[in-house]
Write a protein that binds this ligand. Structure first.
Ligand code: CUA
Length: 338
């Protein structure tokens, strides 16, 4: 053994592991990002409870291993003097086979129990929301309602809502850490999950399966609100978009409908009926542009229209040759669509 290997003593190695563990644990405490350990609905509560059980079992195993290690070190030194013949075998049997068997059976049983609970979805008459994953945004519809929106879905608080999942292209994964574990979207398959929120609030969701360069910018929001507000959201989805009220907005609408925008985007109640990109009927009220890429304000909207490739490289919207004089009108119109 050379001196470099010798330099890492077991104590020093343990200290390094402890520091690494503490550093890894830090982001979990920093707030901001949604945490599966801060559940707000039935599905995520199951997952969080199981997580804590696994955590405490891991802690117990760690302590057990350290005790056995200590015992082994002592035993090795006193090998010839005090330890009787059967003792090592008994320790290996109990600590190495008996305890793991009990742990594995317990965890397996708990896993089965939670799988069954997560499979207990909403009844046949529950509200159904249809979500389609695209590279890189989420199309959102309510079953039986004509309109669509993007990257935001609403649910009535306290009710189980069925979520039907499809993908328009590659694998994606629908995940709302505070409400429900992940469900993958698989090409050619109709998948189903459900959402339930105990308390009103806005919960961030994220695509959880790598799906290309802009996988990270495939975020969405789930707004859990009282039934009355949810019903209002559904009726807005079925209604025409807001009509322009100012001259600038009217010019913007004209530019949108007659220009290239309408080839890919729809705005309900206008002739724009493109089906390639997100429906923009409520784009003015959205929480972000580009599924979490940038904030939704005039500056970012203008930048996105002119050349979204500088904002979210690789997305399917090509740079738009919009007349510099028309751009403020387009922005005014799109911002009025709330
Ligand atoms: Cu979609 Cu990752």
């Amino acid at each position: 053994m050379d001196t470099r290997t010798r330099a890492v003593t077991p104590t020093r190695h343990l200290a390094r592991v402890a520091v690494a563990g503490a550093v890894l644990a830090l982001p979990g405490c920093s707030g901001g990002a949604p945490s599966a350990l801060d559940p707000a609905g039935t599905g995520a509560e199951r997952v969080a409870d199981l997580w804590w059980v696994l955590f405490w079992i891991s802690m117990a195993v760690f302590v057990e291993v350290m005790l056995v290690l200590g015992w082994a070190l002592v035993f090795r030194r006193r090998r010839d003097a005090t330890v009787r013949h059967g003792q090592p075998l008994r320790v290996v049997t109990v600590a190495g086979a008996g305890v793991p068997l009990v742990i594995l059976v317990t965890v397996y049983a708990l896993g089965l129990r939670d799988l069954a609970a997560l499979g207990d979805g909403p009844g046949p008459r529950a509200t159904t929301i249809e979500v389609t994953g695209h590279k890189w945004w989420w199309e959102v519809r309510v079953a039986g309602v004509s309109g669509a929106t993007a990257n935001e879905l609403h649910i009535p608080v306290g009710e189980k809502v069925r979520i039907r999942l499809r993908t328009a292209d590659v694998l994606h994964s629908f995940w709302v850490p505070q409400l429900m574990p992940k469900t993958d979207l698989i090409a050619g398959e109709l998948r189903e999950t459900w959402l339930h929120a105990d308390r009103a609030g806005t919960y961030r969701g994220q695509c959880a399966e790598y799906c290309g360069t802009q996988h990270a910018h495939m975020a969405f929001l789930v707004v859990a609100e009282p039934r009355r507000d949810f019903d209002a959201w559904v009726s807005r989805l079925g209604a025409p978009a807001a009509a322009p009220r100012t001259d600038a907005q009217r010019r913007g609408q004209e530019a949108f409908v007659q220009g290239t925008c309408a080839g890919c985007h729809a705005i309900r109640g206008t002739e724009a009926n493109g089906q390639v990109g997100p429906d923009l009927s409520d784009v003015g009220s959205r929480w972000s542009i580009g599924a979490g890429a940038v904030p939704n304000d005039g500056g970012h909207l203008g930048g996105w229209i002119a050349n979204s490739q500088t904002v979210k490289p690789g997305n399917y919207m090509p740079p738009q040759p919009v007349d510099a004089q028309r751009l403020p009108d387009l922005i005014a119109y799109l911002q009025s669509l709330t």
